[in-house]
Structure formats: structure tokens, C-alpha cells
Design a protein around this ligand. Structure first.
Ligand code: BES
Ligand code: ZN
Length: 854
């Protein structure tokens, strides 16, 4: 990306750390910390008059360099220089330092700030008292905010950590406690030496915590920590953790590398969770499950997050990417295998069916922008990492792994992985190392099959022209709008068409099969494992439509046909009104993931076409569409109901509410009116209730919802309420809801949800835009260094589909662009542009469709 950043020299090229001996004393009263570190390692490269480490905002009191070996010697440090723009600490000497083993001892101190990076405080209440604990978040490059180090993933070393902490508080780090004693009324805890690992995986937590514990079949002690009032909600996460560790132990064929595995639910947290080796930290609602208050999708999400972070204990922690360019290798892989683990734990959840909607479809949406990026993204400075903490690194990464898994088959894939982990354990890798290992074991051309998918941005649109006796398929890059680039990229595409094209791989631009078997209706990408979209000629789409009506396709194929038809129509291939006709063949549809797509189709037409008359005209259509499912499911869970039906209920009720189905609105209002505490309403339908009463509510309702929010100690509940509180129709209430964001009623970790929800309210988006501009400085001051910061332009842009807004958007953001915002800004502008184009192109036919359908 142009102007992204200064290229930064890698410090590992001059000094390779082998061991860190760190003593740290954080002081909650003064919000400072003081420490001493001894770094043992190798000076490499040319003799030089300095050794450089990373540091950020640290004060260095003293530094000593000692040469070890046959002739040990003190080397005098003549000048200590903290170079802030490069996050460096430079220790200068008068004499040359020659390659060899050195021991560097540094005394330093620093300040604990509220940003959820480095060492930071988390606030909570217990027995009506405000308290806080201290925790760390070091990925991607925040270890340097706490101690001087070579803060690069390739600089693996062992760590000996000693922490000084208040006497009655829990103190945790990656490894078990080795020794503990009291000194001056404090507790001094020395932890066991860690394995060789990257600095971003180090962690500690100090505070008033309680825990539960279990042991895996292999004898690994797993402990789940939370603040005192939350510890009762750790059972489910703990259980999933134990079973996931057992699963990975078998799957990877390697013992869990540490003696213990801790998990901690932290009240303030930047991302969802962090895989610190042996001490995984979580946002509360990604770990805690309260049987009375946790909705089913959240419970499932907890299982996914736990399985994801524990996969990293091998894939990521034991074997680590060499540099942040390959972040996807960690994250894409973990985002894929979490499905494998959860599928093994809860087969009735049908995780692989959900995978296609939740991972692949969302990746295809982001990757359809010209302002997407390749999975392997150039990263010069780690500050750029948060710009690729996105659906490409995660979801597309997972999707191409999924495709490869299909291509190799489960056994070759697993064996190849085992070989990869064995070969590279305690080391670092690049993407090609994974391909080579899989290639060696499977004897298939993995690198050739995968390379285009990870090094080129975007994905192909496959055009299929199906005639009576021939099939012609061709590929080109898929765009919602083509911003003028010419792409010559070709991808190797596993076509997976029935019979003739079963194992065919399209490598050229176009290919024709003169004959095919006509006994089944032809469909490409069977099971939807390929990362591409298909556009069929309209006579064939008609045949597919009939086959769907006749119940001839499996869930994933039904899902794929609809989403491909819809997304390609958005891009100008075919008309949206034809997709609405196709949708009529889904009248008997009963599977939740397909309904996720259907509700997405309806939602984006409502949102992007953005017109009051159209919205009203759509209501009877939506009500008719959902009626059979609404009748079947109702409001309450039946005994022995299948899992997908439980997931489907809130989707259907939500659609009914938006379509103003009178019975549903009335019932939601009744439930709310008779509710004494949140628990009175099943957590699965609670958000439908809250959102409905807000949309139809007044100042009194607003007050009630705010009171529920401010009184709730559950992070999940507060998020659910944030959607409702920002969802009123009255401008005064919308403004009031936005004003809450900058108060202490909303935690910094939740600001992103509030802003995103406020924009999603069609009565609120203009007000939210004004709010965003006015409060930009506040957002920068409070969240400018947060992972969530880069999302704000997108939250705004995706809710608009007119070019007047585009001008305003550009006018506001252009002058304030930074590397953290640039990518999201461009993506946002492109989203507004294609949405505006789509609206201009198809509004008339869509409006006509609904107007005549009433
Ligand atoms: N390692 C990440 C979190 C992370 C990435 C922190 C980059 C800082 C920089 C962690 O493993 C992760 O991926 N968490 C996800 C949850 C997961 C289930 C997708 C998250 O935080 O959303
Ligand atoms: Zn991850």
C-alpha cells in the first residue's frame, strides 16, 4: 500500500536473544512499573559500537553489557539512547562490540496506561467496590512497552519471569510457579523457565481472581480464572478447553508442550481472545457462559474461540510465522481448525455447514473489493498489523485451507501437518514451508495449487454456460465494481461439477467439455469448498431453481446457488429481480445457514436500495416468505429440537419483526412489559425482544433499556442492549444513545459495537455520521492504538449507497488518513461506490417486483 510506512530494520539481524531474565514490579497505587532485565544472547553481523533493542515509552535508568565466554569482560555503555520513532533502545559503546555471547542488564521503569495493550488495567466491581486487575496484551508488538527486548516473532528465546505483586492477589504467567516468598509485604513469584518462544506470547495477570480446574487425559492441568462474581460461569469454557487440548493432542500427534494451560476472562480486552502460551486471555463474553443468560450462538462462539486459541498452542506458538506478513498462517489456520475441533466435540452443531456462511461467505464479500489485499500481505512495520486483522487473513485464510483439505483428503492433510509441526517445532516458518511439508507427504503439487490463492488478491468468477450437450466454463476476477485495474490473474480452480467435471481443474481462461451427463442437474463447486463464485446462463439457472424446488440439492449447494446468484447480481451479472424469483423456489427451506443467506439478501436489498416505499412494499413479501418457518418454530423451544432450528428461531423472528408482523411485534412487547429481570426472557430471543421494543418505543422504553444496560454485569447482555439502545426512531433518543459512548457507562472495548449498531439504524445513520465527525478526536485519543480503530470508516460507509455521502466521506477522512486508517478508508469508499451503482442499476426492477407482488 502506498505511503503505508517507513520500512523498519529488523533488530534480530544484530542480536539474537537466547534468554530473558525479567523482574517486574507493577505498582497499582502509582500506576507505574519498575523492572530489571538481563538479556543473554548472540551479537551477530558486523562489529558495531552499539546494541539495539525494542522499547516504547520506557525510562531506562542503567544498562550494562558483559561479554561472556573464555574472557569475560565488562563493556562500558557510553550513552543510552531511546529512539522513539523507531521504538528503539540503543546502547552505545566507545569500543567495538564483536560477535559473541553477551549479557545485557537494563534497569527501567514505565507508566501503566488504560490502552488495552502492553500492561494495562481492567476494572470490575466486587461487593459494590470498584476494583482493578492488571493484565498484558503483547501481540503484535507491545512487549516492548513493558520491557526492552527484540520484539519480533522470529526472535525466540526462553523467559524467566519474576513478578512482585500484592500479597492476597492471584499472580499468573505462562508457566507454573517455581518459588514464591514474601518481601516487604508483597509477594515475589518466580515462574518456571518458558520454552523457546516469541515475545508476543508472553503474558501475566495480577488481581483478585477465582478459578475452577480440570485435568486432561494426558495430565495437563487446565484452570479457568475470572473475577469473583464470574467464576461460576467458567464451566463450559473449561470443559471445551480440556476436550480441545485432548483433541489437538491426538490430531497433531504432539504432546501439549507445557505443564499447565490457564484461561482468564478479562473485563477489558482489545480483541476476542489471545493465545499467550499457557495463559490464554479472553474477553468475558468469549469465555463465560451463563446457562440462564447466554444465547446459543454466543455459547457456540465461546467453544469456537477456545478451540481457536488452543489450536495456536501448537500452530502459532510451537511453530510461529517468521514475520507478520504471514499472520494469516497463524490466524487462517486456527480459524479453520477450530471448526474441526468443535465439530468433533459437538457433531450435532454441523460446524462445517456453518463454516461456509460464517467464514467463506464473509471472506468472499471483502475479497470482492479492488481494495482487498492478498492473504500474504506486505507488512513493513507491525503498526500495520491491525489493518490486516480482517476477513482476508482470518476467513479467506481459513477458506483456502478448507479448499486444500478437500483437495488432499483428511489423512494426507493431517499427516502433512504433523510432519510440518515436528519439523519446525520451536522454530519459525513462511507460508511455503507449510506447502512443502504437505507436498512431501501428500505427493501432490500443493505449492502450485495454492500459490495463486495466497499471493494474489481477489478470487475468480466462474462463468458457466451449460447447454444441452456441452459445458463451457471461463474465469475472470470477480469485482462489485471494477475500479479500472486490469487483472491477468488465473487461479487453479477445482470445478467439482457432477460427473464429467468432477475432478477437473480449470487452469486456463476458458475450457469447453463437449459432452456431459444429463441425468442430474449440473452444478459446479459441489459442497461449496472452492473459493469462487459461479454465474450460470439464465436458462440453466431456471433448471437449478426447479431442482431446488423439487428438493434435489443438499444444504450447502442450495446455499451456494442463492448466494452466488445474489452476489453476482450485485456485481452486475444478471438482475436482482431474477434472484428474487429464484428465491421463491426456497419456499420450503428449513435450514438455518440457508436462512442466514436469505436474510442477508433481504437485509441488503432493504439497506442499500434504501427507500421508504420499497421497504413497505417488501413487508408482505417477507412475511409470506417466513410464514411456514414462523408457524413451525414459534417463540419457544420445543423438547429435543434440532440444533439448527434453535439457531433459526431468532433469525425468523428477527425478520418477522423487521417486516412488522403484528403478532410478533405484539408478543415482543408483551414479553418486555412483563419482564422483571432479563432472565425472564429466553436468551435466544431476548435480542429480538429488545430490538423490537426499541424500534417501537419512546423515552420511557429508552430509560428502561439504559437502566438494564447500566445495571448489567454481563458483557454479552450489555452488547445486546447496545443494539437496542441505538435502535430507536426518535432523533433525540438516537443522540442520547450516542452520547453514552463517551461516558464511563460504555467500556472502550465495546465502543466499536455501539458505533456499528448506531449506523445500522436507518433513522440514525446521518446522526451517527455527525457524531463520528464531532467525536473523532475522542475516538483517536481513546482507541487510536486499538485493534478496532481501523473499522470505523467501514462502519459508516457500509450503511450508505449514494454518491453525495461518498463526497462527504472523502472530505472528512482524506485529510486525516494514517497508516492505521488508509486501507479501511479505501475499502469504505469502494463499498459506497458499488452500493450506489447497484442501486442505480437495479432499483427500478426490484421496486417493480415488490410493488406488483403485494
Ligand atoms: N492472536 C489473535 C488475537 C490478535 C491478533 C491480537 C493480532 C493482536 C493482533 C487471536 O488468536 C484471535 O485470533 N482472536 C480472535 C478470535 C478468534 C476466534 C477468531 C479475535 O480476537 O477476534
Ligand atoms: Zn488467532
Amino acid at each position: 500500500m502506498s505511503g503505508m510506512s517507513k520500512a523498519v530494520t529488523r533488530l534480530i539481524d544484530q542480536f539474537t536473544p537466547e534468554n530473558y531474565n525479567l523482574s517486574l514490579h507493577p505498582d497499582k497505587d502509582t500506576m507505574t512499573f519498575a523492572g530489571t532485565i538481563t538479556i543473554t544472547g548472540k551479537k551477530i553481523g558486523r562489529p558495531a559500537k552499539r546494541i539495539t533493542f525494542h522499547q516504547k515509552d520506557l525510562k531506562v535508568q542503567s544498562a550494562k553489557i558483559k561479554k561472556l565466554g573464555k574472557q569475560p569482560a565488562e563493556i562500558e555503555v557510553s550513552r543510552i539512547n531511546t529512539h522513539n520513532s523507531f521504538d528503539e533502545l540503543r546502547l552505545h559503546t566507545d569500543n567495538l562490540i564483536y560477535p559473541g555471547i553477551y549479557e545485557v542488564t537494563i534497569e527501567f521503569s514505565g507508566v501503566i496506561t488504560p490502552q488495552m495493550n502492553g500492561l494495562y488495567p481492567c476494572t470490575f466491581t466486587h461487593n459494590d467496590q470498584e476494583k482493578f486487575l492488571l493484565a498484558t496484551q503483547f501481540e503484535s508488538h507491545h512487549a516492548r512497552e513493558v520491557f526492552p527486548c527484540i520484539d519480533e516473532p522470529a526472535a525466540k528465546a526462553t523467559f524467566d519471569v519474576t513478578l512482585t505483586s500484592p500479597k492476597h492477589e492471584t499472580v499468573l504467567s505462562n508457566t507454573p510457579v517455581k518459588k514464591q516468598h514474601e518481601r516487604d509485604g508483597n509477594l515475589v513469584t518466580q515462574f518456571e523457565t518458558t520454552p523457546i518462544m516469541s515475545s508476543y506470547l508472553l503474558a501475566f495477570v495480577i488481581g483478585e481472581l477465582k478459578h475452577k480446574q480440570k485435568t486432561t487425559k494426558q495430565g495437563v492441568v487446565v484452570r479457568a480464572f475470572a473475577t469473583p462474581d464470574n467464576v461460576e460461569f467458567t464451566d463450559f469454557g473449561l470443559d471445551v478447553a480440556v476436550k480441545s487440548l485432548e483433541f489437538y493432542h491426538d490430531y497433531f500427534g504432539i504432546d501439549y508442550p507445557l505443564a499447565k494451560s490457564d484461561m482468564v476472562a478479562l473485563p477489558d480486552f482489545a480483541s476476542g481472545a489471545m493465545e499467550n502460551w499457557g495463559l490464554v486471555t479472553y474477553r468475558e463474553h468469549c469465555m463465560l457462559v451463563d446457562p440462564k443468560n447466554t444465547s446459543l450462538p454466543t455459547k457456540q462462539y465461546v467453544a469456537m474461540v477456545v478451540a481457536h486459541e488452543l489450536a495456536h498452542q501448537w500452530f502459532g506458538n510451537l511453530v510461529t510465522m517468521r514475520w507478520w506478513t504471514d499472520l494469516w498462517l497463524n490466524e487462517g489456520f486456527a480459524s479453520w481448525i477450530e471448526y474441526m475441533a468443535v465439530d468433533a466435540l459437538f457433531p450435532e452443531w454441523r460446524m462445517w455447514t456453518q463454516f461456509i456462511v460464517d467464514e467463506q461467505q464473509s471472506a468472499l464479500k471483502l475479497d470482492a473489493l479492488d481494495n482487498t489485499h492478498a492473504i500474504e500481505a506486505p507488512i513493513n512495520h507491525p503498526d500495520e498489523i491491525r489493518t490486516i486483522f480482517d476477513a482476508i487473513s482470518y476467513n479467506k485464510g481459513a477458506s483456502v485451507i478448507h479448499m486444500l483439505h478437500e483437495y488432499l483428503g483428511p489423512t494426507a492433510f493431517r499427516d502433512g501437518l504433523r510432519y510440518y509441526l515436528q519439523k519446525h517445532q520451536y522454530g519459525n516458518t513462511d507460508t511455503v514451508d507449510l506447502w512443502s511439508a504437505l507436498e512431501e507427504i501428500s505427493k501432490k503439487p500443493v505449492t502450485a495449487f495454492m500459490e495463486q490463492w495466497t499471493t494474489q488478491p481477489g478470487f475468480p468468477l466462474v462463468d458457466a454456460d451449460v447447454a444441452a450437450n456441452s459445458i463451457t466454463v471461463s474465469q475472470q476476477r470477480f469485482h462489485y465494481v471494477n475500479q479500472g485495474q486490469t487483472h491477468k490473474t488465473l487461479w487453479p480452480i477445482a470445478l467439482k461439477g457432477n460427473e464429467a467435471l468432477k475432478d477437473a481443474i480449470l487452469e486456463d481462461t476458458e475450457q469447453t467439455w463437449p459432452e456431459h451427463d444429463n441425468t442430474t442437474v449440473f452444478k459446479l463447486n459441489a459442497g461449496q469448498s472452492g473459493f469462487y463464485r459461479v454465474h450460470y446462463n439464465s436458462s440453466h439457472l431456471q433448471k437449478l431453481s426447479e431442482a431446488i424446488e423439487a428438493g434435489r440439492f443438499d444444504t450447502l449447494d442450495r446455499l451456494g446457488i442463492l448466494s452466488d446468484a445474489f452476489e453476482t447480481a450485485k456485481a452486475g451479472h444478471g438482475d436482482t429481480a431474477d434472484v428474487l424469483k429464484l428465491l421463491e423456489s426456497y419456499s420450503k427451506e428449513s435450514e438455518a445457514p440457508v436462512w442466514d443467506v436469505i436474510s442477508g439478501v433481504i437485509g441488503s436489498i432493504r439497506g442499500v436500495m434504501d427507500n421508504e416505499t420499497l421497504r413497505e412494499d417488501m413487508q408482505p413479501y417477507i412475511r409470506e416468505l417466513i410464514q411456514p418457518q414462523l408457524d413451525r418454530l414459534g417463540w419457544t423451544q420445543q423438547k429435543d429440537e434440532n440444533y439448527f432450528d434453535q439457531l433459526l428461531r431468532p433469525t425468523i423472528l428477527g425478520m418477522a419483526s423487521v417486516a412488522e408482523e403484528p403478532a410478533v411485534i405484539a408478543h415482543a412487547q408483551k414479553l418486555f412489559a412483563s419482564m422483571k429481570k432479563a432472565e425472564d426472557i429466553s436468551p435466544d430471543v431476548r435480542s429480538v425482544v429488545y430490538n423490537t421494543v426499541a424500534r417501537h418505543g419512546d423515552a420511557e422504553t429508552f430509560k428502561q433499556l439504559v437502566a438494564l444496560h447500566n445495571g448489567s454485569s454481563s458483557s454479552e447482555e450489555r452488547t445486546m442492549l447496545a443494539a437496542a439502545i441505538t435502535g430507536f426512531q426518535q432523533p433525540t433518543l438516537i443522540k442520547k444513545s450516542l452520547a453514552m459512548i463517551t461516558t464511563d457507562k460504555v467500556r472502550n472495548q465495546d465502543v466499536g459495537y455501539w458505533v456499528a449498531y448506531a449506523f445500522m439504524n436507518r433513522h440514525g445513520k446521518e446522526i451517527a455520521w455527525e457524531w463520528l465527525k464531532t467525536n473523532w478526536q475522542w475516538l483517536t485519543d481513546n482507541l487510536g492504538t486499538d485493534l478496532s480503530f481501523g473499522r470505523f470508516p467501514i462502519y459508516a460507509a457500509r450503511c450508505f449507497s449514494d454518491k453525495t455521502f461518498l463526497k462527504e466521506y472523502q472530505k472528512f477522512f482524506k485529510p486525516i488518513l494514517t497508516p492505521a486508517l488508509e486501507r479501511a478508508y479505501k475499502q469504505g469508499a469502494e463499498i459506497v461506490e458499488w452500493q450506489a451503482d447497484w442501486k442505480t442499476r437495479d432499483f427500478k426492477t426490484v421496486a417493480h417486483f415488490f410493488a406488483t407482488r403485494k
